[in-house]
Write a protein that binds this ligand. Structure first.
Ligand SMILES: Nc1ncnc2c1ncn2[C@@H]1O[C@H](COP(=O)(O)OP(=O)(O)OP(=O)(O)O)[C@@H](O)[C@H]1O
Ligand SMILES: [Mg+2]
Length: 309
């Protein structure tokens, strides 16, 4: 089931500065399934925050449609099931962490007993119990993001929209947030994360979309985006055999006595390489498509689109 469904969504900001306005979203279509962590990636200004704002009815799209838990953003009930951590948030810093959860809980219409129960669970989950009585102005960035995630979760929403949740957080804090996200997903929630931090998204997200200048440049599972289908590593007892690859099949990138990396003219040609090895009676142990990092995949997607213009 899709908890978020976006179809051909376009948002143009009319600034009066630029003729025709700023196209922040340009025919964006994507969906988020229940129980998945979905990473929304893209350079500065790609439209990530704008998409959240449209989903939350903070700004209205010019055309296209979207559904949040089966309801359009214009229906206030669609927001009952959503928790939101805004980018660059400024919570009132004169309240304590617990005070913020109480305030947000009341804004969500929860009873005092429900707030107490949820706040206690979330402070534990975010490892913020011992800071709950301290005023927010004394919090570090990591603590601010953790209490921010707790306030987003106060009403036990089905969907969590997190805009740059690890922004400004140190490496230890980032690992903690990553672990918390996995725990939240294991509770059955769907999470959308806007981020620049690709290695983190790679470690937690099930699927990602790369936005560029308001368009979806790529979308798929992390596995799909990080497999390089034309490059294979073949583990085999090559020994001192010289395995020459004819040009129409591809080329050999590297070779050792135990393995070989090849770049193929097309992925199907991996069978031809296996045939070549078998003719030489080389015993094959594994044939694996090569992996690249999400960061590399992102960079290649963005530069390929720039160059094709
Ligand atoms: N209120 C606004 N009025 C005019 N233009 C805007 C407004 N908000 C955003 N924009 C423009 O829309 C485009 C998309 O902005 P958005 O904030 O959605 O990008 P983003 O992907 O979240 O970027 P970042 O990674 O920097 O947070 C940018 O060109 C931005 O300047
Ligand atoms: Mg943003």
């Amino acid at each position: 089931m899709n908890v978020i469904d976006v179809q051909e969504l376009t948002k143009i900001y009319n600034t009066g500065m630029r003729k025709g306005g700023v196209v922040a979203l340009d025919s964006v279509s994507l969906s988020v399934e229940q129980g998945e962590i979905f990473g929304l990636l893209g350079p500065n200004g790609a439209g990530k925050t704008t998409l959240f704002k449209v989903l939350l009815n903070i700004v209205r799209a010019n055309s296209g449609s979207c559904m949040v838990s089966g309801l359009p953003p214009s229906d206030p009930l669609s927001r009952q099931k959503v928790g939101y951590l805004p980018e660059n948030h400024r919570f009132p810093d004169y309240v304590t962490g617990l005070g913020l959860l109480d305030l947000t809980g009341r804004l969500c219409g929860l009873s005092s007993s429900a707030i107490d129960e949820r706040a206690s669970h979330l402070l534990d989950l975010m490892d913020m119990q011992k800071w709950s009585g301290v005023k927010i102005r004394k919090y570090s960035k990591g603590m601010l993001q953790r209490i921010g995630m707790a306030q987003a979760l106060i009403s036990d929403p089905e969907i969590l929209l997190l805009d740059e949740p690890t922004d400004g957080v140190d490496p230890v804090g980032k690992i903690e947030i990553k672990n918390v996200l996995k725990k939240i997903r294991d509770e059955g929630k769907s999470i959308v994360i806007n981020s620049h931090l690709l290695s983190e998204v790679e470690a937690v997200a099930d699927r990602v979309a790369i936005l560029q200048k308001g368009k979806v440049a790529r979308i798929g599972t992390v596995e799909e985006l990080t497999s390089r289908k034309s490059h294979y590593e073949i583990e085999a007892d090559i020994g001192h055999n010289l395995v020459d690859i004819p040009e129409h099949i591809g080329k050999r990138i590297s070779i050792s006595t135990k393995s070989m990396i090849v770049e193929l003219a097309d992925p199907e040609k991996v069978n031809d390489v296996i045939d070549l090895l078998r003719i030489k009676k080389v015993s094959i142990r594994a044939v694996k498509p090569m992996k690249i990092s999400l960061e590399q995949s992102f960079f290649e997607t963005i530069t390929a689109k720039e160059e094709s213009k």
